[in-house]
Design a protein around this ligand. Structure first.
Ligand code: SF4
Length: 148
C-alpha cells in the first residue's frame, strides 16, 4: 500500500552504464540531478534499486559483458516502466561499434540498447545537453502516468 502510494506520486530513474566514456553519466548525475535543476522538488529522483525504478536510463553502448545484466535489471523493474537511451552510444553504439586494435573490438559491442530491451525515448548527443535530457524525461512522464 505504502509502496503503491510512493510509486504513484514520484518518478524514480535508475541509471545504468553499459559501456562508453561516462560522459553521459556525468551529464545525468552531476548536471541533470544537481541542485541547479532541483528535480527532486518535482519528486523525480535517482535510485539504484530496480524494484523502485519507473524509468531505466541507459548510457553507453551495450557490451557483451553487460547484456545479461541489462536484461536482468529490466526484468526486475515492475510495470509500468519506460526505458530511455541516453547518448549516441546507447542509441547506435557510438564510436565503440567500430573500434578495433588496442582500443577494443566491435565484437565485444552488441550495439544500441534497443538491440537488447525495448526503448521508449531516444536522447541523441555525445553527450546530450542536460536540457535535452530534461525535456525527454518531461515528455515520458505523461506516458508513465497514463500507464499507471
Ligand atoms: S555518447 Fe559520447 S559522451 Fe556518451 S558515453 Fe558515448 S562517447 Fe561518451
Amino acid at each position: 500500500m505504502l509502496k503503491e502510494i510512493s510509486r504513484k506520486n514520484a518518478v524514480h530513474i535508475m541509471l545504468v552504464y553499459t559501456g562508453g566514456c561516462n560522459g553521459c553519466d556525468i551529464e545525468v548525475v552531476n548536471a541533470v540531478m544537481s541542485p541547479f535543476y532541483d528535480l527532486e522538488q518535482y519528486k523525480v529522483m535517482l535510485t539504484w534499486n530496480p524494484r523502485e525504478a519507473d524509468i531505466l536510463a541507459v548510457t553507453g553502448p551495450v557490451t557483451r559483458k553487460m547484456e545479461p545484466a541489462l536484461k536482468e535489471i529490466y526484468a526486475a523493474i515492475p510495470e509500468p516502466k519506460l526505458v530511455a537511451a541516453i547518448g549516441t552510444c546507447a542509441i547506435i553504439g557510438g564510436p565503440y561499434a567500430n573500434l578495433g586494435g588496442d582500443l577494443g573490438s566491435s565484437d565485444q559491442i552488441v550495439g544500441g540498447v534497443n538491440k537488447v530491451i525495448p526503448v521508449d525515448a531516444y536522447i541523441p548527443g555525445c553527450p546530450p545537453r542536460p536540457e535535452d535530457i530534461l525535456q525527454a524525461v518531461a515528455s515520458v512522464i505523461p506516458i508513465l502516468a497514463g500507464k499507471r
